[in-house]
Design a protein around this ligand. Sequence first.
Ligand SMILES: Cc1ncc(COP(=O)(O)O)c(C=O)c1O
Length: 366
Amino acid sequence: MTKRISFAGPSITEKEVSYVLDAVQNGWYENYDGYVKRLEQTFADYLGVKYALATHCCTLALHLAAAALGLKQGDEVIVTDFSWVATAYAIAYTGATCVFTDITPDTWTIDPTCIENAITPRTRAIMLVHTFGQPAEMDEILALAQKYHLAIIEDAAPALGSEYKGKRVGTFGDIACFSFQGAKMAVSGEGGILVTNSEEYYRRACLLASMGRTDSRAVFWSDVLGYQYTMGNLAASLALAQLERADVLMEKKRALFSRYALNLKNTAGIYLITEKEYCKSNYCYPSILLKHHTREQRDAILAGLRERNIHARPAFPRMSGFPVLERRFENPVAAEVEAKGISLPSAANLTEDDIDFVCDSLLRLL
Ligand SMILES: Cc1ncc(COP(=O)(O)O)c(C=O)c1O
């Protein structure tokens, strides 16, 4: 059997092992939340924001973001149609309606020109995604949000370390959320974190994330209908070690992408998603569009790769097609990417030779 070329997977060093071991051995009693607090402070410092709240996963951080903004039934939120379902469901959990808009063909992030057309008197917020690590077009999005008095949630789940015009993503919107799920650049198994500069949003998110507990009238008193969404100390110990190595992890991701670029950049029929000159992507998931292939041919290529033990992923289906979301939208660019897009392996244990093997296999299958 040839080496398994995994789609994603972390880099684990002595640092991670020592932090987790320390959390297991000593992270109890008065130290029960020591790593959670360190993770939150280190993450806030890393981004240069005031507040960070670690959560069980990013989906729950996104739900807290939507709830902290006070979204409710009757509100509309403009959401990119191309993302993992968590982006839309976080809005839907509050009862608000997702109005799905199309993406740009060059980075697969929300198309600012589509946002304005989707705004109605009910629009309250824009939920964008820094898709696969590529920053969304923040200048245009911020201008629209200001013009129409809309809040911004940045779903930065896969985009730790990515930059837009020299500033890290997650620092532009009212609230942003990141993921430490096992396929991300920095992992804790499951894990997420919410960041904001707003004390009001932070306090509301903290209240909701810990069962609405306030101790205002008695110990264990709960004042609002809350949730148990906070991260545990063990997961935080792993997330902290990874965060402290974020620069190294990002360099590895970017090196793997460079190898893909070397092999695929000028290949007819393949469009390789590449960072804009004013952005820095963490290239969490290097991705391509097979311009002249059908969905069936794309799926056959994925199956062919799998036979060679190469685990690549098809692009996301448009969320607007999901049964539980009642409104339907066309969004032709997202439709094309859904049918023809592939995300390529970029696990931390891959070498340049592995990437060459992936590219060689892909080109033969094409
Ligand atoms: C864009 C996006 N948003 C949200 C999530 C949810 O993150 P989590 O799995 O930590 O809940 C993911 C996870 O892959 C994602 O890719």
